[in-house]
Ligand binder design. Structure first.
Ligand SMILES: [Fe+2]
Length: 256
């Protein structure tokens, strides 16, 4: 038994009929979802930010109705630096923790509306602690938009979460026994590429965008021709976490 969670990220949806960097980001999202939902049943879906590049209510509504065409699984949506939370809320996007049996997927809001750099405040850390305290789940997966560690791309690294250690320390404060021990891993977006790293003992997973990709190791903004992708997270009842990235078989039409 256990849970199978789909992570999608950085959809960068724009107004209907428009493209971004020559890419139809809506078509690319649909290609990713078609690929993901071909065979597997899904316990939950986590969307780690930059859902919209044009952060308007209608764009968020289109995103959610697209998702619902593929699955009725519960969804957790996080804001990224291109998102506007008020518009996400107005569009009815679900932003509460996902409680899935022995697991809870807990959100960490790392964004400021329309600002690229991460900002994790004491209140954000408190919110994570509260969510991990409130859940009856024995294991937690933290989901956020920005990376918590450097990923060897200076132009992206400058905007990462700088106080990740402070966040972990906040989970170790006196309180419910074993709160920090419930945390099994962290997933993030923003990087537009596959990343695996560790923060102390915790595995960190960065995930390809559902649209355009960034070149790993690039010193400035550089696109990568790898195709759009997504991540599976398999959450076992005993707390074991395994994961892999899948990509669509083609690169959706891109024209300047
Ligand atoms: Fe993004």
């Amino acid at each position: 038994m256990g849970q199978t969670v789909l992570q999608i990220t950085d959809c960068h949806l724009v107004r209907a009929g428009s493209k971004l960097l020559g890419m139809d980001t809506q078509a690319s999202l649909e290609a990713v979802l078609t690929h993901a939902f071909t065979n597997l049943s899904v316990s939950g879906i986590v969307v780690t930010g930059d859902i919209a590049h044009t952060p308007q209510r209608a764009v968020y509504r289109r995103f959610f109705s697209t998702l619902k065409q593929f699955s009725d699984a519960p969804v957790l949506c996080l804001p990224g630096n291109h998102d506007v939370v008020a518009e996400m809320v107005a569009a009815g996007l679900p932003m509460a923790p996902l409680n899935l049996g022995a697991w809870s997927v807990v959100p960490l809001d790392s964004h400021i509306d329309d600002m690229p750099a991460a900002d994790v405040s004491a209140q954000n850390c408190h919110d994570v602690r509260e969510a991990m305290t409130a859940t009856a789940a024995r294991h937690c997966l933290l989901a956020t938009h920005h990376p918590l560690v450097a990923i060897n791309s200076p132009w992206l690294d400058k905007d990462r979460i700088q106080n990740a250690a402070e966040l972990l320390d906040s989970l170790r404060k006196p309180g419910p026994a074993g709160l920090a021990d419930k945390l099994r891993g962290i997933v993030f977006g923003h990087a537009h590429q596959e990343v695996f790293a560790r923060l102390e003992r915790l595995p960190l997973f960065g995930t390809p965008s559902t649209c355009f990709q960034f070149m790993p190791g690039s010193t400035g903004f550089t696109l990568d021709e790898r195709p759009p992708g997504y991540r599976w997270l398999r959450l076992a009842d005993n707390g074991r976490l395994s994961s892999d990235v899948c990509r669509v078989d083609f690169f959706p039409e891109q024209s300047k």
